[in-house]
Design a protein around this ligand. Sequence first.
Ligand SMILES: C[S@@+](CC[C@H](N)C(=O)[O-])C[C@H]1O[C@@H](n2cnc3c(N)ncnc32)[C@H](O)[C@@H]1O
Length: 376
Amino acid sequence: MDRIKNLKLKKILSEYSFILNDSEYKSELIDLNRPEFLSTVSKVVEESGLKSKNDDIDLEKKSLEKKVKDSELSKSSKSSLKKMFRNIVKVTHPDKTGNEDFLDIYTMAKEAYDSNDFLLICSISNNLNLEVIVEDHDLDLILKLMNDKKKEIETLEKSWMWVWLNASSEEEKNTIVNSYCNLNFSDNSQNDIEDTLNKIYSISPHQKEYINATEFDNRSDAVYGESTRESVDAIVEFFKDHFNGSTVFYDLGCGLGKMVAHIGLKYSPKKSIGVELSAERIKAANFIKSEYSIPDNVDYINDSFLNVDLSDATVVYCDNTMYDDSLTLKLYNSIPIGCLFICRRKILKLKELTSKSDSSFITTYNKKNINYIIKK
Ligand SMILES: C[S@@+](CC[C@H](N)C(=O)[O-])C[C@H]1O[C@@H](n2cnc3c(N)ncnc32)[C@H](O)[C@@H]1O
């Protein structure tokens, strides 16, 4: 490796060492506070006589899979990995050192070796002043592992435990525990929720008082169609990492607000907000809210979505089938960084949108695709 590549490797390893510290710090904090979180959950569960819905509840998803598949490691990378691991064993294994001073490092290196974590083995070697054996072609693998580690931290930061730990008040902590309990435990109220959803979805948008009579600048913007109940569940399932007790969900152009009520009731986000210009459709949304005791995390705003402050949004859905591209782009520009944006129609000016078509995403007018992006 030439000097520049050596410097690049040095830079990567020091960045990785920072990321590793961050990940260790957050995992440790979570481990330390898990008993308190679980005992608070137990109290709520006992007091309300709830039962678990899942046998195995994961507070934060941990992956036990290999970091790199055997088939993805070249022969020479395998051999470098083995050489570095052997060198680590020589200076850390109790049989070689005669003590257990470096047992933790040995255990970490063994796990890294078994899961083909080339980058962690490089990092441990570097910290122990051992040779870091990296060929030019290993750099891509190293960068991939670095990215994976960053994503692991992102997942950790979205976990119930982390959101709960970082809540700004006791009240917010309680809301998170309650949301967690609602999602993972039931008092048979799950059946009640499904019954309520049946009723909500059977309400017709063509009922006299809900037929739109509000003026729109552009007539096509007032056209109506709905997400089906099945599609709302499928969309939440597809983006499940984005739905938890700290989610602030917006449906821009929410119509009768079925999706908003559904998400607010069944998935217990912090807020589920519908924005709708048509006064007649908002009337239906508010009727649904009061008639079916939809919780207070659900709210409706009767205004143009262009006038609404979306700075607290974490997930924004917009059925933009009938809107022109510039309107969708305006909406995208008004959401905060990190927010997940889901729409129905791909627009040319947002090339980074990912499209996904699946029959479970179907609308009442047979549209099966969604497009999405996390705002950068
Ligand atoms: C296709 S419907 C979507 C219904 C709902 N989002 C769903 O998926 O079930 C689109 C809705 O957007 C509303 N809309 C159109 N332009 C709007 C605007 N500028 N502000 C707020 N709502 C608007 C329309 O009145 C219509 O009810």
